[in-house]
Design a protein around this ligand. Structure first.
Ligand code: KG4
Ligand code: ZN
Length: 346
């Protein structure tokens, strides 16, 4: 019964979790507030905040699990992809602790871990399953054959779905990270109030940059057009008044377009592969509109739909722990020479 400590530090959450035989005993996350004032994650500040948070976060995770460091059998950590300085803090911490306790190290791929968040709790999907992984930096359809065998069968060719939410929020004057705020306003709005374009991209790939441009022109024109027209450009006062007045309807209309772009490709992937166990993962899977829409599509398509608990959707160490557990079972350890990498292939 392996007991594994896991550490996640790829972006702006410092998280530690403990799992025993694949069951999560604790999952503690410190979210970095320092970035809000800059409208996005500042990498250097993220690294410094990870250094401040990592010891107390690990300490609480160990205590909440009701164990001591001596009980640990391995340490798993996010090795890639992510912000290099941020990854370095978690990697060095994991390496030091593994050396001090003389226990093995397990390097984890952050996006693989998002997918495996679906294996934390029952009911679990059966293999093979499809996972729509939607985060701040990635948008992928992953075909998962077994816990450690996955391939990306579709992905974004430009912005990620989370970026589409965050950039929309920024254009609406909302603070970072704007995704959850767009979600909140969308609940009060009419998704049919405004029409934004759905791109026609070949195969299972996604694109969000055209949507972003159309939202920009739409706002600059105070809702009169989403095509660039010099003559129709509204005054800054008109733009602010329009945005504030129609915040809920704009949020709902943009959100519903992002969701339809995502789910239409997921439906196509299910038809192509014949796979009907379908999951979502990543920060954007916390979106209430997406959670509802995938359930509805699932009922219409005869899918079994799996959605991780809210705390396992955004960045967390529990998903690193569960991935570490499957790697432990196969003896896939790494040595102390390991370094983090900002970008990673599957
Ligand atoms: O997976 P994640 O926590 O970090 C990355 O690995 O990127 O995803 C963060 C992204 C951000 O873009 C954030 O705005 C988005 O997930 N997000 C949401 C919601 N909660 C988080 N987007 C839409 N609706 C939400 N409720
Ligand atoms: Zn993530």
């Amino acid at each position: 019964m392996p007991i594994i400590l896991a550490i996640e530090s790829s972006c702006d959450e410092t998280s530690a979790a403990v799992c025993a035989d694949g069951k999560i005993l604790s999952n503690v996350t410190a979210t970095q507030k320092v970035h809000e004032q800059y409208g996005g994650v500042v990498p250097e500040l993220a690294s410094r905040a990870h250094m401040q948070h990592i010891v107390p976060v690990v300490d609480v995770a160990i205590k909440n699990a009701g164990i001591t460091l001596k009980d640990l059998n391995a340490i798993a950590f996010t090795q890639s992809p992510g912000l290099i300085g941020a990854l370095l803090v978690g990697t060095q911490f994991a390496k030091s602790l593994s050396l001090a306790l003389n226990i093995p190290l397990i390097a984890v791929h952050h996006m693989q871990a998002h997918v495996l968040a679906n294996l934390i709790e029952d009911p679990k999907p059966s293999f093979p399953f499809l996972c729509l992984t939607v985060s701040g930096g990635h948008t992928q359809i992953v075909l998962c054959e077994s816990p450690l065998e996955m391939k990306v069968i579709g992905q974004t060719i430009d912005d990620a779905a989370g970026e589409a939410f965050d950039k929309t929020a920024k254009m609406l004057g909302l603070p970072y990270p704007g995704g959850p705020l767009v979600d909140k306003y969308a609940r009060e709005g009419n998704p049919l109030a405004f029409k934004f374009p759905e791109p026609s991209i070949a195969g299972l790939d996604f694109s969000f940059s055209g949507l972003k441009t159309s939202i920009l022109y739409f706002l600059q024109n105070a809702g009169k057009s989403n095509v660039y027209k010099e003559s129709a450009i509204a005054t800054p006062e008109e733009v602010t008044a329009f945005t504030n007045e129609r915040m809920a309807d704009i949020s709902a209309s943009v959100q519903q377009r992002i969701i339809s772009i995502l789910l239409n490709k997921l439906k196509q992937a299910s038809v192509q592969t014949g796979i009907k166990d379908v999951c979502i993962a990543g920060g954007v899977s916390a979106n209430s509109g997406l959670r509802k829409a995938i359930q509805e599509m699932g009922e219409a398509q005869g899918w079994r739909v799996f959605i991780p608990k809210f705390e396992y959707c955004t960045d967390n160490a529990a998903m690193i722990a569960i991935t570490g557990y499957y790697k432990f079972l196969e003896g896939r350890f790494t040595d102390l020479g390991v370094s983090p990498t900002a970008r990673a292939e599957w």
